[in-house]
Design a protein around this ligand. Structure first.
Ligand code: ADP
Length: 236
């Protein structure tokens, strides 16, 4: 379980997160949604230890993450844009990460085959299409069997077949009691994958609860409409 307590983040005068309180449960997919610039990536990066909060604490499985980087061994992260050394091939990047990461587990054969990655893994990263870079990034996020999986806009740039396979992969991981955090602008994807939803607006949580309760509350069947109503309410 991840517990976020009173997290604030200022970038200079820009108050990007304004006292976020959140618990993220095991065995569920929690979606963080909100318009561009609302602080989703910053929130994710505070959990990853890539952004230091101005105030507040984060606990992963009961331990405060502040100065303990080892908890990151539990996390698989797929960033919005994959950036790896450009001249290395996918295979070389994976060998490099394997040598750094303290995990004895690595299994990517099924994913490589389903994403049709085998030939692509031997080309320099800089020569790959955006979608292929995403697939390699997914491989790195999932293949170490992490307990916590953080996915920032994971299907952006994936073709429909790969995207559909990717979603099956997320559902399979959920079945294995993983803690999964997802950001997406695709509300049908969020509705398909997530039980819990956090709606962030200008650095504040405007809704947190189950997707089901939000739909019931707004008397909608489509999440997109329920979120639009939340936005309208918040702007009034
Ligand atoms: P979202 O993921 O919801 O689109 P972000 O968390 O990426 O939002 O950004 C929220 C705000 O924080 C934006 O105004 C952005 O410009 C600002 N921001 C993010 N990272 C930095 C940074 N490293 N330095 C300064 N400002 C940043």
């Amino acid at each position: 379980m991840i517990t976020v307590k009173n997290i604030a983040k200022d970038f200079g005068k820009n108050k990007v997160l304004k006292g976020i309180n959140l618990t993220i449960d095991e065995g569920k997919v929690t979606a963080i949604v909100g318009p561009n610039g609302s602080g989703k990536t910053t929130l994710i990066k505070t959990i990853l230890g890539l952004v230091r909060p101005t105030a507040g604490t984060i606990e992963v499985d009961g331990a405060e993450v502040k100065d303990d980087y080892l908890y990151r061994n539990k996390i698989g992260y797929m960033p919005q844009i994959a950036r790896y050394p450009e001249n290395l091939t996918g295979s070389e990047i994976i060998s490099l990460i394997k040598s750094i990461r303290e995990s004895s587990f690595y299994s990517d054969e099924e994913m490589r085959a389903s994403f049709k990655l085998d030939r692509e893994m031997e080309k320099p990263f800089k020569n790959l299409s955006g979608g292929t870079k995403q697939k390699i990034s997914a491989l790195i996020a999932f293949a170490f069997n992490p307990k916590i999986i953080i996915l920032d806009e994971p299907t952006a740039g994936l073709d429909p077949i790969s995207s559909s396979y990717f979603k099956d992969l997320v559902l399979k991981q959920k079945g294995q009691k993983k803690t999964i955090i997802l950001t997406s602008h695709l509300m049908n994807e969020v509705q398909e994958l997530s039980e819990e939803i956090v709606f962030l607006l200008e650095g504040e949580i405007k809704f947190k609860g189950s997707v089901k309760s939000l739909l019931e509350d707004k008397k909608e069947t489509k999440l997109e409409r329920a979120i639009a109503e939340l936005m309208n309410q918040s702007n009034n």
